[in-house]
Design a protein around this ligand. Structure first.
Ligand SMILES: [Zn+2]
Length: 119
């Protein structure tokens, strides 16, 4: 297995995810690898928001939260795949400890389970 190539692929995706995450969340200082959704920047708005604007703000936070959660899962998968490459355990199923099918890794280099144990 050419892990150098995979590593480059994972690093590129990690960088992309970091940028995407930065638009909807800030790193959580209390949890390693965690992110907290941020509100859209309403600092230009008057301090006393009317109820309609307040509703929009809450919606945007909820939306950012759901985007951020999805990205965070992918991000942490990639980080652990990179750690596994370094430690030589990359490509092993977390559940059964068997090698992960190479076509599954081709489709998702950050996969940490075999086809049988995916999902
Ligand atoms: Zn498995």
């Amino acid at each position: 297995m050419n892990t150098d190539e995979l590593k480059q692929q994972l690093l590129a995706e990690k960088e992309l995810l970091e940028k995407e995450l930065a638009t909807v969340a800030v790193p959580d200082t209390h949890a390693q690898g965690g992110f907290t959704a941020k509100e859209d920047d309403f600092s230009n708005e008057p301090a006393s928001l009317d109820p309609v604007e307040l509703g929009t703000e809450l919606e945007s936070l909820a939306r950012n939260e759901s985007i951020s959660n999805t990205l965070e899962v992918r991000y942490n998968n990639i980080v652990s795949a990179l750690v596994n490459i370094e430690s030589g355990t990359y490509g092993t199923c977390n559940t059964c400890k068997q090698p992960i099918e190479s076509d599954r890794l081709d489709a998702n280099p950050a996969a940490n389970t075999c086809k049988e144990h995916m999902g």
